[in-house]
Design a protein around this ligand. Structure first.
Ligand SMILES: Cc1ncc(COP(=O)(O)O)c(C=O)c1O
Length: 395
């Protein structure tokens, strides 16, 4: 490690920082919006269920954003400001804060030698398309975009008419953290948030929601799609039979099924299922396949399992300003991510770190709120401990 704490981090690159801290915990109110807070509170786990012996607790996410901004800077913060290359060793924020995997950065540098055709007409893109067809064991239509928000919004806009309803979990990223991108790119489509423990939708809840639609044409919006997140925003995962059941219900009402796979690999390695089983074989129609949280710099793919559903999606992506001219750099990230099963290796490592963290927390009486099934750990800390951690430089 050098004086700035850098070398160790880089050589022992840790695929994803895994303890989620602060503002991204599902059920936390980050906006100060009381209506939002009330909605979120509906699915907030009962503190009594979490740990009877935590004397005073707070949701360390949500409340901490403002607090963090106003708290006096820690010595580490000052260090980071003086030395922009400094990386905190105790980072519990989210995998979004993790560095890029070195092999992926190297692949970007490698793609930077010389010239290549723009807008996806390059060899890297073709090779990623072929690789994804191999991985999913069928022909797929693939579109690379730089953000998960773009992937979700464009995918859902493609499968829903403007007068369509997209069912999702009330805690889903598309409903709470994408600033209306789905509704905007969907031209007016409506997200309907459903409840369910651990940010998972159950068949009963979906059926109940669907029962409220139909028979009031043309006044009522039309159920058009179901979106599920795998791994979920609470770090839980859907088993393949659960996915199949939800897809069956959705398809019976002619809904398309979208999977937000920002942490697809983390769920996949946990389930020990094939990518095909976890998606189209269980009924998923379109996937937002994330690489960024797993170690890329900015690389997400929209994958249509029936290529005929992707008609004019290229135009839709361009229309929304999400077609990269130097497209090879996004494709090169995917190539490196998928090469030699790197995506699975990184995900296994991240999940293992989450398991380790959860076990250590549980050992001191801080049982995670939800089952730790991927690379996310949500825990309620006593205020005193939270303050101590911050004072020690935890981020
Ligand atoms: C579950 C989930 N979906 C989608 C996204 C969106 O990704 P991006 O921030 O790249 O738009 C995130 C980001 O953290 C996420 O956690």
């Amino acid at each position: 490690m050098d004086a700035r704490g850098r070398a160790l981090w880089i050589t022992n690159w840790d695929s994803n920082a895994v303890l989620c801290r602060t503002w991204q915990i599902p059920s936390a109110n980050t906006s100060g919006n009381t209506e939002n807070a009330a909605k979120k509170a509906a699915t907030r786990p009962d503190p009594a269920r979490i740990s009877a012996n935590v004397p005073r607790f707070k949701w360390i996410m949500g409340c901490a954003r403002a607090q963090w901004q106003t708290a006096p800077p820690s010595p580490q913060y000052n260090c980071a400001r003086r030395n922009p290359g400094y990386v905190r060793q105790m980072n519990f924020a989210s995998d979004n804060t993790a560095p890029v995997a070195p092999a992926i950065l190297e692949a970007i540098a490698e793609a930077n030698r010389g010239y290549a055709r723009g807008y996806g007409n390059d060899d890297w893109t073709k090779s990623v398309e072929c690789r994804l067809a191999e991985i999913f064991e069928r022909d797929v239509a693939v579109f690379l975009v730089p953000t998960g928000t773009a992937a979700n919004a464009l995918a859902l806009a493609q499968v829903s008419p403007q007068w369509g309803v997209v069912f999702c979990h009330a805690e889903s990223h598309i409903a709470t953290d994408e600033c209306g991108a789905v509704e905007f790119l969907g031209g007016g489509l409506k997200l309907v948030g459903l409840s369910g423990d651990g940010a998972k939708i159950t068949p009963e809840i979906l059926q109940r929601a669907l029962a409220g639609y139909g028979g009031h044409s043309p006044h009522q919006m039309i159920p058009a799609a179901l979106s599920i997140t795998q791994a979920s925003e609470a770090g839980t995962i859907y088993r393949t039979d659960e996915i199949a059941t939800l897809c069956g219900i959705a398809h019976a009402r002619s809904l398309a099924v979208h999977m937000d796979g920002a942490r697809f690999a983390n769920a996949l390695v946990q389930l020990d299922a094939s990518p095909a089983q976890m998606t189209w074989r269980s009924g998923v129609d379109v996937l937002s396949f994330g690489a960024t949280k797993g170690g890329a710099l900015a690389a997400e793919a929209v994958v249509f399992f029936d290529p005929s559903r992707a008609a004019f999606f290229g135009e839709r992506r361009k229309h929304a300003g999400n077609l990269l001219s130097k497209h090879r750099f996004i494709a090169a990230q995917f190539q490196a991510y998928l090469e030699d099963d790197r995506w699975l290796v990184l995900a296994r490592h991240a999940n293992a770190m989450a398991d380790r963290l959860a076990a250590k927390l549980a050992a001191v009486g801080l049982k995670p709120v939800w089952p730790v099934e991927a690379n996310l750990v949500f825990v309620v800390l006593p205020r005193v401990l939270d303050a101590k951690l911050q004072a020690a430089g935890a981020d």
